[in-house]
Design a protein around this ligand. Structure first.
Ligand SMILES: Cc1cc2nc3c(=O)[nH]c(=O)nc-3n(C[C@H](O)[C@H](O)[C@H](O)COP(=O)(O)O)c2cc1C
Length: 202
């Protein structure tokens, strides 16, 4: 089949997110201007460069108490700082709880029973149990076409890695099995890893 998104797909559910999958999940912690913590998952997320490291994520839609932008976006626009926490398979249920449509003044760390750890280069706390966390400063806030769609580009200024996941000098994802988003309500986690040599290395 072929369809133009503007005309609709004719399927029971929009296949777009299933096509662009698996997507890593940025579990983003931020603070509002009054210093209240916020935590929410965003899977329109990826790394875009590594020198310096740059990450991007996108938000679509508002919330009942914040029609323009979700809390994460508003906080980052106000404060210029955020942390991308990496979600292990074990943290999937806590991550899911923090995706709830909660009011801006609710601290999702508390709702999900998650311990906070202090960040070093930015003010928002991080998820203590996360296998890795990227402390970020806002580089650019980009309004996208479409209603309430925007993209945050951030520079990673500090990186935390769980010592238990560093095996023989490599950050070994099989020690925590990163969670990734598929389409619909589906997820996967990484347990199998294989290597391919680049053509120049054959
Ligand atoms: C795994 C997962 C991935 C998500 N990815 C996105 C995303 O990329 N963009 C988005 O706008 N919402 C996404 N959501 C929904 C937000 O997490 C949800 O709207 C949340 O309430 C936003 O919280 P906030 O207002 O505290 O930022 C996702 C939800 C889940 C469970």
């Amino acid at each position: 089949m072929f369809y133009q998104p503007k005309d609709g797909h004719g399927l029971p559910h929009n296949p777009f997110k299933a096509i662009v999958s698996p997507r890593p999940i940025a579990w983003i912690s931020s603070l509002d201007s009054q210093g209240r913590a916020n935590l929410a998952p965003y899977s329109f997320f990826n790394a875009m460069a590594d020198n310096p490291p740059i990450v991007v994520f996108g938000s679509t839609g508002g919330k009942p108490d914040q029609p323009q932008f979700k809390d994460t976006m508003s906080n980052i626009r106000e404060t210029g700082e955020f942390v991308v926490n990496i979600v292990s398979y074990d943290l999937k249920d806590a991550m899911n709880i923090t995706s709830g449509n909660l009011p801006a003044d609710i601290d999702e760390f508390e709702t999900a029973g998650l311990e906070k750890a202090a960040s070093i280069m930015v003010k928002p706390p991080r998820v203590a149990a996360a296998p890795a966390a990227l402390e970020c400063k806002l580089f650019k806030f980009v309004d996208l076409i479409g209603e309430n769609s925007a993209m945050v580009i951030g520079e990673v200024v500090g990186i935390h890695l769980a010592d238990s996941s560093i095996v023989n000098g490599l950050f070994d994802v099989t020690t925590y099995q990163p969670l990734a988003r598929l389409g619909y309500m589906d997820y996967t986690s990484i347990g199998d890893v294989f290597s391919l040599k680049r053509p120049e290395q054959e």
